[in-house]
Design a binder for this molecule. Structure first.
Ligand code: AMP
Length: 219
């Protein structure tokens, strides 16, 4: 099972990527998480990408290409946050072809902008392990503290409202055209991402089949 998750900021694709990876026993590849980790460690790559990320704009394609090429190396993955424009979609096709891999489904998370902005304003992340919470929908047991590792929870720098609006603009201008692109290729699955995470998960697994991934060659 090889999946791509497509959706605006706050559509819940990061949460579903983790749930799907665990359910189908496939690898979650989140471009945003990978880049944030690099920025946190202040690696040469991290230094380059952190300014783009803080501003809520896309990191240039040439940089993304190297990162994705090194991560996509075997069957059984769920890609969160890539591709984000047409050039990256073509890049993905080339990489898959080169590595003899196929894409089964592109899942489009359709969400209302106001709902998404509301979700992101309540989002808190663990500064150590990256676990994600929401002050209303998924609060930690102890306020401000990660259930998993005990570290403090923080607000992502790009989750402040002005940056969220900018990220939405970037989605509309650069990423939304991929919906039509994958629709034409007949491998798009559109789901209603305004629903709760359990309902969204059900919509996806009902469409893909509940079973664990046993044969990655089929659809
Ligand atoms: P995300 O966690 O997916 O919302 O990504 C956070 C930020 O990382 C984005 O606002 C971009 O600055 C950068 N980023 C993540 N994925 C990509 C990508 N495929 N292409 C360019 N920039 C990306």
């Amino acid at each position: 099972m090889n999946l791509v998750l497509l959706g605006a900021p706050g559509s819940g694709k990061g949460t579903q990527a983790k749930m799907l990876a665990s359910h189908y026993k496939i690898r979650e590849i989140s471009l945003g998480d990978i880049l944030r980790e690099e920025a946190k460690k202040k690696t040469p790559l991290g230094e380059v990408v952190s300014d783009y990320m803080k501003r809520g704009v896309l990191v240039p394609d040439e940089i993304i290409k190297d990162v994705i090429q090194s991560k996509l190396n075997s069957h059984g993955f769920v890609l969160d946050g890539f591709p984000r424009n047409l050039a990256q979609a073509k890049m993905l096709e080339d990489i898959l072809k080169e590595k003899n891999l196929t894409l089964n489904k592109v899942i489009y998370f359709k969400v209302d902008e106001e709902k998404a902005v509301q979700r992101l304003s309540g989002r808190r992340v663990c500064k150590e392990c990256g676990a994600v919470y929401h002050i209303l929908n998924m609060p930690p047991k102890k306020e401000g503290i990660c259930d998993r590792c005990g570290a403090s929870l923080i607000i992502r720098e790009d989750d402040k409202e002005s940056t969220v609006r900018r990220r939405w603009q970037v989605f509309k201008e650069e990423t939304a055209s991929l919906i039509g692109y994958y629709l034409k290729k007949s491998n798009l699955l559109e789901i209603d991402a305004n629903k709760s995470k359990e309902e969204v998960f059900l919509q996806i697994t009902e469409a893909l089949g509940y079973g664990e991934d046993k044969d990655s060659s089929g659809d």
